[in-house]
Write a protein that binds this ligand. Structure first.
Ligand code: SF4
Ligand code: SF4
Length: 355
């Protein structure tokens, strides 16, 4: 695939060796053994992870063996583009209770706008053909497939239509990623705000009318951060999570030299991890006086801030706007009582499941 907004930029056509995967897992197992929840989550992302399905199988087998030896719980997760799934792959996901996320932006005219192959062919048809396989996974596991959609400057006009399309397909876990690498002009931002509000009302009406669960990541994330204050760099990427590239480089969460925290050969660079994770908080001029300063996660997303603005303290404008719009929707639509109930529910979930 050659999606226009791919965060990887030019693809390098590289694959991870089994040796690299095993070394990465050894480090992860060692670290997971120090964690209170004794759980190791291995998350396969790409490019397209299913292009390396054999490696994925070997890595899962190796992880299970290592976790069994040290009495750790292991969990698996992946994000795929949905074009390569087969019966064998679905059986493998079911057998290993993978959490599965599939990229799909919306109906054909939205999906094929950006998610095309190198010959320029859209991917919509292939994914729709594989839908029965994804349903098979849902029926066998009782888990819902998540759909990941990218909202960018050339498709935001269809955001609400796409959300409705996915609801009509029976999707109940929707993850919208607002593209912060592209240019958003004033007009686009205005349109994005309108679409976001429309999506919120679709989400709300669905829940009121059906009384059923619906997961929309933007709502869930913002309600949580609205209710609970957080520190700068709240995610602490590099401490309990990391990102390993095909060549064995270890990063906090994105392949940027400034956020490299080791290699599978040399191990973790602990002093560098400390520098990143415990960086002093410094309020950027953009955030001075903002009422959300102690809750906003956008402000403290060092990696994205650096990637876009070359300054770890300078928040990304579109993310800042989305945070404020979502907080406004929360304030306008939830009563004090509802907010308190939600807070208690989150606290219960945290005590029960650690999240
Ligand atoms: S909402 Fe925007 S201005 Fe306010 S703290 Fe977050 S990034 Fe800064
Ligand atoms: S993208 Fe930002 S919030 Fe997410 S893990 Fe990286 S630094 Fe943390």
């Amino acid at each position: 695939m050659n999606c226009t907004y791919c965060y990887l930029g030019e693809k390098k056509n590289t694959y991870m060796s089994l040796e690299t995967a095993q070394k990465a897992i050894d480090i992860a197992v060692h670290e997971a053994n120090k964690q209170y929840d004794r759980t190791l989550m291995v998350y396969f992302i790409g490019g397209e992870p299913l292009m390396a399905f054999n490696l994925m199988k070997d890595a899962v087998g190796y992880t299970k063996k290592k976790c069994q030896e040290t009495n750790l719980i292991c969990k698996f997760s992946t994000t795929i583009n949905g074009t390569l799934v087969t019966d064998e792959i679905i059986d493998f996901f079911v057998e290993n209770t993978f959490e599965v996320k599939v990229s799909l932006d919306g109906p054909e005219y939205v999906q094929n706008l950006n998610r095309r192959d190198y010959a320029g062919n859209g991917s919509f048809e292939k994914i729709m053909k594989n839908l029965p396989l994804l349903r098979k996974y849902e029926q066998a596991t009782g888990n819902q497939i998540s759909i990941a959609s990218v909202v960018t400057s050339n498709n935001y006009q269809y955001y609400a239509e796409s959300f409705q399309f996915l609801l009509d397909l029976g999707i109940r876990k929707l993850e919208s990623g607002i593209d912060h690498y592209c240019m958003w002009n004033e007009n686009d931002l205005h349109g994005l705000k309108e679409q976001l509000e429309q999506v919120f009302y679709l989400y709300k009406n669905y829940i009121i009318q059906t009384r059923q669960m619906l997961f929309w990541n933007l709502w869930e994330q913002h309600v949580k951060s609205y209710l609970f204050p957080c520190m700068f760099y709240a995610c602490k990427a590099g401490l309990a999570t990391c990102y390993v590239t095909t060549d064995g480089g270890i990063y906090t969460c994105s392949e940027l030299p400034e956020f490299k925290i080791g290699t599978v050969k040399a191990g973790l660079d602990v002093p560098r991890i400390r520098e990143i994770v415990y960086l002093n908080d410094k309020v950027d001029s953009m955030c001075e006086g903002c009422e959300y300063i102690n809750h906003c996660k956008t402000r403290g997303c060092q990696t994205s801030n650096y990637e876009v603005n070359k300054d770890v303290y300078r928040p990304i404008e579109v993310n800042c706007k989305v945070t404020k719009w979502m907080y406004n929707l929360i304030k306008e639509n939830l009563s004090e009582k509802q907010l308190n109930n939600m807070k208690e529910e989150y606290e219960r979930r945290y005590i029960r499941h650690g999240k």
